[in-house]
Design a protein around this ligand. Structure first.
Ligand SMILES: CC(C)(COP(=O)(O)OP(=O)(O)OC[C@H]1O[C@@H](n2cnc3c(N)ncnc32)[C@H](O)[C@@H]1OP(=O)(O)O)[C@@H](O)C(=O)NCCC(=O)NCCS
Length: 169
């Protein structure tokens, strides 16, 4: 008599890849960001800045064919400082707290360091972004209402983020 062998459960883990954003990613990125931030989206001041800026770079986290994370960098200047504006950063709710958000932010920092910039600016939660080296940037002036305690700068050179924040098209 043949022995009956129970099938062994094999757990397959789809690897997550972080890739440079391409033009074909835009619709999936928009859907992910909408789901992460809700219909109210993010602060209008940041959105106005992004609308007028060149998309300098973006990174997408893919689990198989599914987009589960995104972050973008927008060309700006802050007074005399050459910079990029980081955001929005979003990770699919089911994939959070595994370090993906940190990988996406770090990919931006690494990229920014190759771009002849003075630093990276963002408007975000200090408890999250301070871990990457972002510091308060109270002298960076955005043209619109913003909680100044949330304006942060990651320095690359000695040039300080002092003055008006402008989009670079
Ligand atoms: C913020 C976000 C991108 C982080 O993605 P993630 O993959 O979970 O990030 P990580 O795994 O690298 O980090 C998770 C840690 O950050 C903490 N964290 C997440 N958002 C935070 C916030 N706004 N303020 C402080 N801490 C935060 C988590 O509690 C977690 O802490 P733990 O490590 O002690 O468990 C994700 O939560 C998200 O998409 N949120 C909605 C969109 C959003 O608010 N984006 C901007 C944040 S200012």
């Amino acid at each position: 008599m043949n022995a009956v062998v129970a099938p062994t459960a094999v757990e397959t883990v789809t690897p997550v890849r972080i890739l440079q954003e391409r033009s074909g990613d835009a619709a999936a990125v928009d859907a992910l960001v909408l789901a992460a931030f809700g219909p109210g989206r993010f602060a209008k001041t940041a959105e106005r800045l992004r609308e007028a800026a060149h998309l300098a770079a973006g990174f997408c986290a893919y689990e198989g064919e599914r987009l589960i994370g995104s972050v973008r960098l927008w060309s700006i200047t802050v007074g005399e400082a050459r910079s990029v504006f980081l955001g929005p950063v979003a990770v699919d709710a089911a994939s959070r707290r595994g370090g993906l958000g940190a990988e996406l932010v770090q990919a931006c920092i690494d990229e920014a360091k190759t771009m002849a910039l003075d630093g990276v600016l963002l408007v975000g939660d200090p408890p999250y972004f301070s871990r990457f080296g972002f510091l308060p940037a109270p002298e960076a002036v955005l043209s619109g209402p913003v909680d100044r305690r949330r304006v942060m700068w990651l320095p690359i050179t000695e040039v300080a983020p002092v003055g008006l924040v402008r989009s670079v098209a």
